[in-house]
Design a protein around this ligand. Structure first.
Ligand code: NAD
Length: 333
């Protein structure tokens, strides 16, 4: 086999159901994956799992501190571990800000690129008053621009080969906000926006772009998570979710998947039914009529999710028709 699945036979010992069951093992043979920030934490777990299932892996890591300072070659240890288990991997020490160099490492060493896991990340947490422009810029550069540069460098290759799997890494700090993380929250929500549009642009080329929202023990969370939680929240529990999202059989495109502690769920935006901002056709929209309608504007009972911008546009056209009908009534009165 080249890509996809290998059949493995397992014996099922469930009482009453004893027998032979055939289970498909999801494999990545022939695929080349770039995992950014794979020298430690979550990225290391992703790289080890993909390599154990046959992928050739570029283990990218700048090797700096958790605030982005300095650099080193600690990606080497991950490459050694993969090789010692019979896998194939190469280290890359470029910053994701030079993402094209990371893709070049994949092409130079393995001749192709199929999967990108944009995982590299740093923190510069400060309350907004104390946040400098440098704290802002560095976070946007590593998280958002880094994902842009790395993905952009492979995009044309993905289009030509009609295959690509891209994972963005967001955070609940982005989806919900978190004190002291204005720079990080903005970048992490920016990645969801980037994934939303790339999922649309890539769809007809079989390029799927999805987002993982992990919560795991790593050097980024060692002083945030309580010790008992830190022990339990192993990156290994999230790696299978991300590996499935990177597999050719993964069905979704544009999904945001939250995962921790062997659990996964999907997050998406919903919109309220909304309200017309005046009572009678002849009324004007005023600040006061907006205030009056407000409880209905923000009432989330019967909220709906829009799968596509086109659905929002259809709704806009319907609103325009309603608006014109109301205006006709206004002038008739
Ligand atoms: P980590 O610090 O162990 O891993 C991040 C890795 O990225 C580090 O090895 C670091 O050297 C590398 N890196 C930093 N800047 C880089 C650059 N410019 N170029 C290349 N590599 C660079 O932390 P982690 O928790 O494993 O984080 C992985 C990702 O998951 C990050 O994007 C992080 O924001 C995100 N995340 C983590 C959690 C969590 O609970 N751990 C929660 C939400 C989001």
């Amino acid at each position: 086999f080249k890509y996809g699945c290998a059949s493995i036979t397992t014996v099922n010992f469930t009482p009453g159901l004893a027998g032979i069951a055939t289970m498909e093992q999801l494999r990545f043979d022939g695929r080349v994956a770039v995992v950014t920030g794979a020298g430690g934490g979550l990225g290391k777990a992703y790289a080890l799992l993909l390599a154990s299932r046959g992928a050739k892996v570029v283990v990218n890591d700048l090797g700096g501190g958790r605030d982005g300072s300095g650099k080193s070659t600690f990606a080497d240890a991950v490459v050694q571990e993969i090789k010692s288990k019979g896998g194939e991997a190469v280290a890359d020490y470029n910053s994701v800000v030079d993402g094209e160099k990371i893709i070049k490492t994949a092409i130079d060493n393995f001749g192709r690129i199929d999967i990108i896991i944009n995982n590299a990340g740093i923190l510069r947490d400060k309350s907004f008053t104390k946040m400098s422009e440098q704290d802002w810029d560095l976070i946007q550069a590593v998280h958002l621009k880094g994902a842009f540069k790395t993905t952009h460098a492979a995009w044309e290759i993905f289009r030509k080969q009609k295959y690509g799997r891209v994972i963005m890494t967001s955070s609940n700090a982005g989806l919900f906000g978190n004190f002291g993380q204005a720079n990080y929250s903005a970048a992490k929500m920016g990645l969801v926006g980037l994934a939303n549009t790339l999922a649309i642009e890539g769809a007809k080329y079989n390029i799927k772009v999805n987002t993982i929202v992990p919560t795991a023990a790593s050097r980024l969370t060692e002083d945030i998570l309580p010790p008992e939680m830190f022990q339990a929240m192993k990156p290994d529990l999230i790696a299978p979710v991300v590996a499935y999202m990177a597999h050719e059989s993964f069905p979704d495109n544009g999904s945001v998947i939250d995962s921790t502690l062997g659990f996964a769920n999907k997050t998406h935006l919903v919109r309220s039914q909304g309200a017309v901002l005046k009572k009678k056709p002849a009324d004007l929209v005023t600040i006061e009529s907006v205030k009056e309608a407000w409880p209905q504007v923000v009432n989330m009972n019967n909220a709906t999710h829009k799968e596509k911008l086109a659905e929002v546009t259809v709704e806009l056209v319907e609103k325009l028709q309603e608006f014109e009908e109301r205006s006709k009534l206004d002038s008739a009165n």
